[in-house]
Design a protein around this ligand. Structure first.
Ligand code: G1P
Length: 297
């Protein structure tokens, strides 16, 4: 069975990015030329996803506008002789269908995924967090690799993981692998944001998941956890405890996760993407070099 639907939760307030996110969604912040969420959608497209269900909230309508086809803008560019700029709107024509529903109360990531239940029904699906890009310029087929594992086994959960420095485990869901932490491993348990000395590994949940519909029953039974929120990690944990099979797939070294959730990682991501921009990267690199040299003097 091949999976072509992804849930993309974009309902969070983005409070760690205020004031930038006061009146615009963090998923619409620009990284180089494109808003974060466009990279997420393009990455999912590379992995064969053709339907996207955004879980939105108040103040997120610009995401809907972004993926709409803007005929007026297209005509304007044509009429004013700027055909070459039409390339920048190519993503509007991507073979993708978009659906939107609101998480009407902010009860956590697990609750956001549960909001998709009656639309997704009884089919397996992907979850891709809207504030994380996988791979430089989203050149990653991690989701396709996860779907391939999901199809080839009888797993109900496949989760992407990345290695993080030990001190940072407190920010992530952390895997307890059944043995080792190879490219693909069996999951024994997963713990949301553990203390450093309680973390079973340094493998952190990396914003991409594949689920069978069994996750919805687990989410229905999941009580508020870390931060008083219904955590997706806790529902995965429950499935594993019930004897369902879970797999972890680790990101490759070339396939880092770029997190836009806080200024430190947002700034780093922007700089790296801008420096590797084909057109503007080389001049920017020179500019930054001169800037740093001036500072050192
Ligand atoms: C969420 C998940 C966490 C995961 C992280 C990055 O946390 O709850 O398990 O490791 O995304 O994918 P958040 O960053 O929303 O606090």
């Amino acid at each position: 069975m091949t999976i072509d639907i992804a849930i993309v939760p974009v309902a969070g307030h983005g409070t760690r990015l205020l004031p930038a996110t006061k009146s615009q969604p963090k998923e619409m912040l620009s990284v180089g030329r494109k808003p974060v969420v466009q990279y997420v959608v393009e990455e999912l497209g590379l992995s064969g996803i053709r339907r996207i269900l955004f879980i939105t909230s108040r103040g997120k309508t610009s995401i809907e506008q972004h993926f709409d086809i803007d005929e007026q803008l297209t005509s304007y560019l044509r009429e004013t002789g700027r055909e070459e700029q039409l390339m920048d709107l190519e993503f509007e024509r991507q073979a993708m269908e978009y659906f939107y529903t609101r998480q009407r109360r902010q009860l956590g990531l697990g609750h956001a995924v549960l909001c998709a239940r009656s639309l997704v029904g009884n089919q397996p699906f992907v979850v891709a967090l809207g504030d994380s890009i996988i791979g430089l310029h989203a050149q990653s087929d991690i989701v396709a690799r996860m779907i391939e594992r999901f199809d080839a086994t009888n797993a109900d959960v496949v989760v992407a993981f990345e290695r993080v420095p030990r001190a940072e485990v407190v920010h992530y869901g952390i895997a307890k692998p059944r043995c080792g932490g190879a490219a693909v491993f069996e999951l024994e348990d997963v713990i949301e944001k553990p203390a450093v000395d309680e973390a079973p590994s340094d493998l952190a949940v990396a914003a991409r998941y594949v689920f069978s519909p069994a996750i919805f029953d687990a989410l229905e039974k999941t009580l508020p956890g870390k931060g008083g929120e219904i955590q997706l990690t806790d529902a995965i944990r429950l499935l594993l405890k019930q004897g369902h099979k879970g797999l972890g797939v680790t990101l490759t070294d070339e396939e880092r996760r770029f997190d836009i959730g806080n200024f430190d990682s947002y700034f780093r991501t922007f700089v790296e993407f801008a420096l590797s921009d084909v057109q503007y990267g080389p001049a920017l690199r020179q500019f930054v070099r001169e800037l740093l040299e001036r500072e050192e003097r």
